[in-house]
Design a protein around this ligand. Structure first.
Ligand code: XMP
Length: 516
């Protein structure tokens, strides 16, 4: 990197929101790099040749600081004069390092909490007396380390934020990177600009150049195949790869039979116009066969992940094709547990669902550190069709993970119809632009009904409508009852096998957006 950007390093302790911190910093126009939690002081010194390191953030993480295998940091980082901010686990680690005490909280806090700002200084400058924040912690600091002062507290957490009295070291028990913390971006802004004195000299265009040259350098004289689903991620990855290696790229669209109604035709129509080698793989029977009798969601995802790879291998007929490119984005990786200390939430088909024996020399994932809305911004800059940019996210395993339990032809037909009705009604009301996802789930529960004066016993369909910015957290949408009524009436009238429709009113967390 020629330009030495002002940079904030984020030490990854395995928290679900670690990369979100990096992304919030990028939103402020400042570069940020995620590094392993145990990075050594001399490695940081080496990195300083490339980046102008102005601050360090210690992320949250699922461990407890007293766990036997708790992730640690090089304590020397706390003695150099670079500003440090610890978030959640990061705060607890700072407390322990300076001989404070941490213990299992009596009242654990998950979700929205209100904190009282005792001293609106440094990172909390300009905040109100009472702030709405988002917490997710089991442990709490109960004895302040020497030379620290409390700057905020909550009802269940007397030490919710602290600062060193002399050094630029801060800790917050809550997560400013999560949008539910109302003034979270102000807190991070304070840290970046007021505490670390960064200059905003980074822009998203810089990432595009970096990704294109990365693909070009990796593929070299060889060729690559890309898995194209027509969704935003794989479409952007395709557009970048096409710029990088042009006609050495083959795009394969796998129609596994679990796409939404009308989708395979639409994807084909869109991408046939692009200047690239496009292959449509009709593999519906093969996927259905492989999923017979499979009820466990993790097993389903792994089977689908493996089958995708096998299809790509079969379609890579030229011996020059040595690379597979995927549109994997950051949330796919973190939920699949790919960071050293993070828990696996689910095996996204393109990450933890991948088989271990793969014919390709390497899998390239140019979007691996980005979030969906950043990918959308890049799609706009690459002038991709509006239809692709605005398309709601759709999981790679498709409707197979929206049919709870075993899939079969009948259930696949029902879910496609129900999904189409949900889409039509939401789009008719022009709600689609403000929603993250809206879809139907075919549950494995049956319920009694009465249709035309006769008893009916049929499927229960659930409707999921989520609002989110980047899928790491989401809220169920409070769409008007009148729309839900139309959806429910149409589904029960138009799909005879369904007797009941329910609305999912769970946020993420604790639920995930998809049901499986
Ligand atoms: P969850 O359900 O974990 O999903 O809240 C977060 C976002 O990711 C999508 N999703 C997937 N995407 N392969 C994908 O490409 C997968 O296996 C997968 N599982 C979930 C989901 O639709 C949501 O937008």
């Amino acid at each position: 990197m020629a330009k030495r950007y002002d940079t904030i390093l984020v030490l990854d302790f395995g928290g679900q929101y670690c990369h979100l911190i990096g992304r919030r910093i990028r939103e402020e126009g400042v570069f940020s790099e995620i590094v392993p939690h145990d990075i050594k002081l001399d490695e940081i010194e080496k990195l300083s040749k490339k980046f102008n390191i102005k601050g360090i953030i210690l992320s949250g993480g699922p461990a407890s600081v007293y766990d036997h295998n708790a992730p640690k940091m090089d304590h020397r980082l706390l003695t150099i004069n670079i500003p440090i901010l610890g978030l959640c686990y990061g705060l607890q680690l700072i407390a322990k390092s300076f001989q404070g005490k941490v213990k299992d909280a009596i009242c654990k806090e998950y979700g929205i909490t209100y904190v009282s700002i005792d001293k609106p200084i440094g990172i909390l400058e300009g905040l109100k007396k009472r702030e709405k924040v988002w917490m997710s912690h089991g442990d709490t600091v109960y004895e302040l380390p020497q030379n620290f002062e409390i700057i905020a507290h909550s009802k269940n957490c007397p030490i919710a934020a602290f600062k060193h009295i002399k050094k630029p070291i801060f800790g917050l028990q809550w997560h400013p990177e999560v949008i539910h913390t109302k003034n979270g971006s102000k807190m991070l802004h304070n840290f970046i600009f007021k505490v670390c004195k960064c200059k905003a000299n980074w822009k998203i265009e810089d990432i595009i150049k970096k990704m294109i040259s990365e693909i070009k350098n990796s593929v070299g004289e060889d060729e690559a195949i890309i898995g194209l689903s027509g969704g935003i991620d794989s479409s952007v990855a395709t557009a970048l790869a096409a710029r990088a290696i042009e006609d050495k790229l083959t795009a394969v669209f796998v129609d596994h039979g679990f796409m939404r109604e009308g989708e395979p035709e639409e994807v084909k129509k869109t991408f046939e116009k692009f200047k690239l080698k496009f292959i449509l793989a009709n593999t519906q029977d093969r996927f259905m066969q492989k999923l017979k009798k499979i009820t466990d969601p993790e097993e389903k995802r792994k089977i689908i992940g493996e089958e995708f790879i096998r299809v790509f291998e079969e379609k890579a007929t030229s011996t020059n094709i040595k690379y597979l490119i995927q549109g994997t984005i950051y949330p796919d990786r973190i939920e699949s547990g790919s960071s050293k200390n993070s828990n696996k939430i689910k095996s996204h088909h393109n990450v933890a669902g991948l088989p271990s024996n793969i014919k390709f020399k390497k899998i390239l994932e140019p979007l691996r550190d980005l979030y969906k809305d950043e990918v959308r911004k890049i799609a706009k800059m690459l002038c991709l069709p509006k239809k692709i940019i605005e398309r709601q996210p759709f999981p790679g395993p498709g409707l197979a993970v929206r049919i709870i339990g075993e899939v079969n032809e009948e259930k696949n037909r029902i879910i496609k119809l129900a999904d189409l009705i949900v889409r039509e009604e939401i789009e008719k009301e022009k709600l689609d632009k403000k929603l993250w996802q809206y879809f139907a789930v075919l549950t494995d529960t049956k319920a009694t009904g009465v249709k035309g004066d006769a008893r009916a016993y049929g499927y229960v369909v659930a409707i999921r409508v989520a609002e989110s910015r980047e899928a790491m957290t989401a809220s169920f949408s409070k769409i008007p009852f009148s729309i839900l009524e139309k959806i429910s009436t149409r589904i029960t009238n138009e799909i005879p096998e369904v007797t009941r429709v329910v609305y999912d009113i769970t946020h993420k967390p604790p639920a995930t957006i998809e049901w499986e």
